[in-house]
Structures are given as structure tokens and as C-alpha cells.
Design a protein around this ligand. Structure first.
Ligand code: PLP
Length: 409
């Protein structure tokens, strides 16, 4: 068996071309000829199956150590397909701080169709256990699934897949993991006991901010068949050209992620030492290696967040960045910066946001593969401007004593 990096590059070749092309072909055919009327061809119609999509689906299944893979037109289409396998009355325990679009899909769509969602802090094993277990006295059945993300967004808490899957299984529930922020390069949740893995392949897997895509990987035949039904009947399939774009992105996943992590670590250390920064959230900071390893992670990825000190306006930092794009999304080659309270998490009521720790001062960075020194200089000059703005608002009073210290020289 080949190793991970080789698998990234080669996938599982489909031996169906005699041209010698080293890349799998993009099949833009929606229909496929039958040899005879009673033939049962492997492909008949593109919604049901397409060789280019097959390549990507086999590739992600291989990388995640699963049985079957499924490619969808977006991460949310993938999540919709997974949730569709449940029935009215089924209860799903959901980690707090999940992706906003997922939260909205659950509460504004599936809840109206009879699914019951129980939010829980997945770091609290006892609370999780209580949430998953049946409560016969209150007529509450055991949960059918626990749904969570490995790294929470934007605070980067690390969920323990093994622990959560264990608790789910104890009560007959399955564990569904959104592995978008982590990728199979840093962790394969199915190896740790999860039953279903989901990706917004829009992010790290495609990696270039140029394709919307979602992937699902399953282990059991039963769940695999149910996801295939949803893919084929809802029809939210990924188009062949997009499948190829994701395949191509996956080839460089490890290289990109290595650089993104190295850059994120340098930036996190720079931010920790910066006088205008109050807190830094990045599980890849030195000293946290043990925690990561204990939870089965080989790295912390390229997303981090930080809070500026009170009085400094984070918008003054963000509006003055030149290399970081002021943009949502993550996982691509270019660095992005955003203000969660205004740009990604504005749908959460402010009190809810504050309760989970997403303050008005919190900035999220999705670090790319540029030179770390350029990214740090970019942040540095933006902090300088933000401090000038602060001084102007406060009549020049240098409360931090920074000018005297020459911090901003
Ligand atoms: C972006 C994202 C999604 C949604 O994926 P789309 O491709 O935008 O539909 C789901 N989960 C996480 C963690 C994400 O970051």
C-alpha cells in the first residue's frame, strides 16, 4: 500500500484510458451508451455516476480511510445529504460553535422537518453523555448522532474525536465529523471511531479559493447507501470540471498545509508578543503539542484568531492590511483576514456570540503560503495605524506607553 503523500498525488487510478495521459480525463458526458438494451453499464447518467467524480470520491475515501466517498456541489450540499438520512423525531446532539451555515441549515430547515437538535459543549464529557443518553422520565429518546467539528471556528478549540465517538457509540448514536479545518493530512476521524466525515472541499482540499465543493466519506454499507441515495435523488452532485479542480488541489495538500502551519505558528508567536494583542487562539502554539497529539492531531492547521486590547478598533487593523485580503473563507494559498462579529458570525445574536467567546474585538486569520515575514510586516504596519487611530480618538493619550517604549518606531 502506498503512503499518504503518494496517495495525494496519484489517488486510485481508474484504468479507462489508452492515451497515456497522466491526469484522469474530465468526462463531460451526461449520458453513456448501453451496449445492448439489457446491458447493465457501470455509468448510465451523470447524476448517478461520472468517472471524473468517481476518481475524486475514491481518492477522498482512500485518504480518509473510509469505504465510500461522495462529492457534492458544496459543503452545505454534503451536510444536507448527511442530515437527510435521519427521520422526523430523530435527535442529533450538536457541538456548540459549528459553522454558521450548518447551524442555520439545522435550525431553520431540518428542525422544521422534525429533527430535534440538542446543543452541547463537546469538551464536557459528562454534559455530552447526558445529552446523548435517553431520558425516559422526560420521554426523550437517545440521540441518533453527535455532529461536531474537530477545530471550532473561530476560537480553535480542539475536539477529541475518539472521546466523543466513544460516548456516541455507548448509546447507539453515530459520530459525524466536519473535518474541514483539519483535513486527512492532520487527522483521519474514521480511524478514531467516527462514522461519517464531511468536508467543505472549498477550503483546504481544493485550496485555491476557486471552487465550491463538498465531500462525504462513510464506513458502513448502510450509511454509504443512504448517502448515495441522497446524492442521486437530491442531485447536488459536483460537476466533472470541479471534481478535477478538487483532485488537483488535493495533490498539493500536504505541501500547502505544511507552509500554512509554519506561517500560522510564526504569526501566532508574533501576535502573542504584540502590545495591542490581548489573546491569541491557536492550538499550534509551542506547549500545546501534547494536547494535540493526545487528541490524535498531527498539527493545528492554518487558521488562528486573536483579540485586540480594549479601545483599539479591530476594523482599523483589518481595513489597513495589504497582503491579507479582507475576506471570509479559509484554507487557500492566499492569506485572508476577517472580523467574525461582522463578517462570518453576524447571524448569531450578540449575547449568544459573547457567551461562546466571539467578542467584538476578535479577528480571524486564515493563513496562506506567502512569506511569513511579509505577513507579519503587513500586520505590524496595520497595528501601527490602528494605534494612531486610537491616539486620535483618545486625544493623543498614550495609555500603553508605547510611543515612549518605541514599540512603534
Ligand atoms: C465553509 C464551511 C462549510 C460549508 O461549506 P461550503 O462549501 O461553503 O458549502 C461547512 N463547514 C465548515 C467548517 C466550513 O468552514
Amino acid at each position: 500500500m502506498t503512503r499518504f503523500n503518494t496517495q495525494l498525488v496519484h489517488g486510485l487510478p481508474v484504468d479507462d484510458n489508452n492515451t497515456g495521459a497522466v491526469n484522469p480525463p474530465i468526462y463531460n458526458s451526461t449520458t453513456y451508451a448501453f451496449e445492448r438494451v439489457d446491458a447493465m453499464p457501470r455509468y448510465d447518467y451523470a447524476r448517478s455516476g461520472n468517472p471524473t467524480r468517481d476518481f475524486l470520491e475514491r481518492q477522498i475515501a482512500q485518504l480518509e480511510h473510509g469505504d465510500r466517498g461522495f462529492a457534492f456541489a458544496s459543503g452545505l450540499a454534503a451536510i444536507h445529504a448527511v442530515l437527510s438520512i435521519f427521520k422526523p423525531g430523530d435527535r442529533i446532539v450538536v457541538g456548540k460553535n459549528i459553522y454558521g451555515g450548518t447551524y442555520s441549515l439545522f435550525h431553520e430547515y431540518f428542525a422544521d422537518r422534525g429533527l430535534v437538535f440538542t446543543p452541547v459543549n463537546t469538551h464536557d464529557a459528562q454534559a455530552l453523555e447526558n445529552a446523548v443518553a435517553a431520558q425516559p422520565d422526560r420521554n426523550i429518546p437517545a440521540a441518533k448522532a453527535v455532529y461536531f467539528e474537530v477545530l471550532t471556528n473561530p476560537l480553535l478549540d480542539v475536539n477529541d474525536v475518539r472521546l466523543i465517538a466513544n460516548i456516541a457509540h455507548r448509546y447507539g448514536a453515530i459520530a459525524v465529523v466536519d473535518n474541514t479545518f483539519v483535513t486527512p493530512y492532520l487527522q483521519r476521524p474514521l480511524d478514531l471511531g467516527a462514522d461519517v466525515v464531511i468536508h467543505s472541499a472549498t477550503k483546504y482540499l481544493a485550496g485555491h479559493s476557486d471552487v465550491n465543493a463538498g465531500l462525504v466519506v462513510t464506513l458502513s454499507k448502510e450509511i454509504g447507501n443512504a448517502i448515495y441515495f441522497a446524492q442521486n435523488r437530491f442531485g447536488g452532485v459536483l460537476a466533472p470540471t470541479e471534481c478535477d479542480a478538487v483532485r488537483r488541489g488535493i495533490q498539493t495538500l500536504a505541501l500547502r498545509m505544511d507552509r500554512q502551519q509554519a506561517n500560522a505558528k510564526s504569526i501566532a508567536q508574533y501576535l502573542l508578543a504584540h502590545p495591542l494583542v490581548k489573546t491569541v487562539n491557536y492550538p499550534g502554539l509551542p506547549g500545546r503539542e501534547r494536547e494535540l497529539a493526545a487528541k490524535g492531531l498531527r498539527g493545528a492547521g492554518g487558521v488562528l484568531s486573536f483579540e485586540v486590547v480594549p479601545g483599539v478598533d479591530p476594523a482599523d487593523v483589518l481595513n489597513n492590511l495589504h497582503i491579507f485580503h479582507l475576506a471570509v473563507s479559509l484554507g487557500a494559498v492566499e492569506s485572508l483576514a476577517e472580523l467574525p462579529c461582522r463578517m462570518t458570525h453576524f447571524e448569531l445574536p450578540r449575547e449568544e456570540r459573547l457567551k461562546v467567546g466571539i467578542t467584538d474585538e476578535l479577528v480571524r486569520l486564515a493563513v496562506g503560503i506567502e512569506d511569513a515575514a511579509d505577513l507579519i510586516e503587513d500586520l505590524g504596519q496595520a497595528f501601527d495605524i490602528a494605534y494612531e487611530c486610537y491616539l486620535q480618538r483618545h486625544g493623543g493619550e498614550d495609555v500603553f506607553g508605547k510611543i515612549a517604549e518605541g514599540v512603534f518606531a
